[in-house]
Design a protein around this ligand. Sequence first.
Ligand code: NAD
Ligand code: UDP
Length: 308
Amino acid sequence: MRILVTGGAGFLGSHLCDRLLADGHEVVCLDNLFTGSKDNITHLLANPNFEFVRHDVIDPFKYEVEQIYNLACPASPPHYQYNPIKTTKTSVMGAINCLGLAKRVKARVFQASTSEVYGDPTVHPQPESYWGNVNPIGRRSCYDEGKRCAETLFFDYYRENKVDIRVVRIFNTYGPRMHPNDGRVVSNFIVQALKGENLTVYGDGTQTRSFCYVDDLVEGFVRLMNQTETVGPINLGNPGEFTMLELAENVLKLTKSKSKIVHKPLPADDPKQRQPDITLARKYLKWEPKVPLAEGLKKTIAYFKTKV
Ligand code: NAD
Ligand code: UDP
């Protein structure tokens, strides 16, 4: 197949491009390189089945493709809050442009949504049926509401125009090719530990997240895209739940770092807990994550050792 990946030069997108090429497909990678990097795809540039296009998803684009994966959007809180209006535009206009193209060329189109649609959840763990607890006017809203609106657009194009959609809600995912200055917790802690700097735990560190290794997630993407039982939304993530203090301690142990843990103020609207209910992914995709946190962290640490 010929497949378009928006945000293909980013962390998740570049791993997805690797996987699709390995499966024998042709890949068009569209990215404006806001948070992605050519370094993530340099190894693919000589591949005749791979094409890189520098383009912004808020402007229309046309490619004759059979599948579209829409991943374009800054994902880390510092990056998506850098230009919040642009973040909302990227989610909303990017979704409209992908859906318009899918409608025109009759492609199947996949939306990378997020656990952030659940906001600071009052239901735990979060099933797809939970409507969420999102602040519509806070610092995270540009991302949360942008992604919620993108889901709305996907389902309206599905109902009104019979566009063949797939929607995944991704929970915190980590691995090689995360940007070292991305600001997300796994990259921050590893880079700090390797540099011998203090590990910055925000708040008291009792807030929880569930961390999925990138290879597991990409397997889930491909399974969702290539089945016809469900259009989603479907949660993908690792149900193993850790506090940020536990994560910091794990990173210190695995890097053998002498860095200390320090506490910094908790950012506004920081969700207190997050854990995916993956019953639907197990049922429809026969999917569950295989890589335990310690193993995934070791691979990620090995990557960052080459970067810092
Ligand atoms: P990332 O920042 O590494 O990748 C995003 C990519 O999109 C980058 O290459 C960036 O340059 C590109 N991009 C941003 N705005 C664009 C625009 N206007 N036009 C074209 N390209 C643009 O982040 P990631 O972790 O790889 O996230 C990929 C997708 O997965 C995002 O949509 C994100 O919301 C979603 N997601 C990721 C996670 C996670 O834990 N990694 C969790 C939930 C959702
Ligand atoms: N966090 C932290 N130290 C850091 C970066 C993040 O303690 O250096 C915390 C953050 O407050 C949040 C959790 O780690 O509670 C996950 O943050 P991240 O930005 O990775 O993702 P998100 O909040 O979007 O889940």
